[in-house]
Design a binder for this molecule. Sequence first.
Ligand SMILES: [Zn+2]
Length: 298
Amino acid sequence: MPRPIPGWLKRLLLPGWNAAHHFGWAAREYLGSVVRGKFERCPVCGRTRPMIHRPRVIPHCLVERWGLSSRLTEALVRKESGDCAGCGARLRCRRLARVLLNLYPAGHSPTPASSIAQWVETPEARSLRVAEVNRIDGLHEFLARLPGFTTSDYRPGAAPGAVVEGVRSEDLTRLTYPDESFDLVLTSETLEHVPDLDAALREIRRVLTPGGRHIFTIPVLPGVEQTYPRAVLRPDGSIEDRAPRISHPGGDWGYPVFTEFGADVLDRLQEAGFDSEVRFGPVWEDDLAQVYISRKLP
Ligand SMILES: [Zn+2]
């Protein structure tokens, strides 16, 4: 009978085994994208690279709790992966980049900036005051080169505006930025996690200049007519569930989802004092990666 591997040896080998396993998956996804010819020019980094499809990005638990069909799951996988092998920007991030390049054209014609990497070097972009609320991986690294760029990450329990481990913490329902201090506020898959949506929209509106824009992504499923609360935050800080609890990114772990957005989202934004539109729409079974634009009415 073979001798069992001693526990100490297993503990020693495990990190290496896990790393090799992880590397194997990453290599398979990368090669799969190359084989399937998923090459694109990335509007964030400007490089032509494989866009890496990662089916495992959406956990089974989230699929079950959210009641996603296999077609919707695929659409969600595309939105949350398709990572550019050059900069890591996933599809929803690259679409945000396309909207920025379209709404804030910059650079010398006839060759205006065609990537965020070029755009951030132009005087037009460098004159903008931009607030990113919660880091948008892929885009963040380039936007951080702008002189008027401010970023924050929400840290539960931290005082609003406090700096935790070098990063400012901001709560969307009570931002510490002065009135009318930004031309542009960016959020991506964040609004659904805010316990008080109306307060968040009021605050975003307050910190924007007249005519300034909030450009963002949120999860919206086709067939949901009205926006509704999945959960409500009680005054004592506990959470009252109104629908089966969903958290991101794990389904059953991460940040709870408070708002399930529906087809009335543009009306909700209009009521909050924004002139709003959706790009890459409409929401449908094969495409869940829309970008919303809310312009503050003067
Ligand atoms: Zn890229």
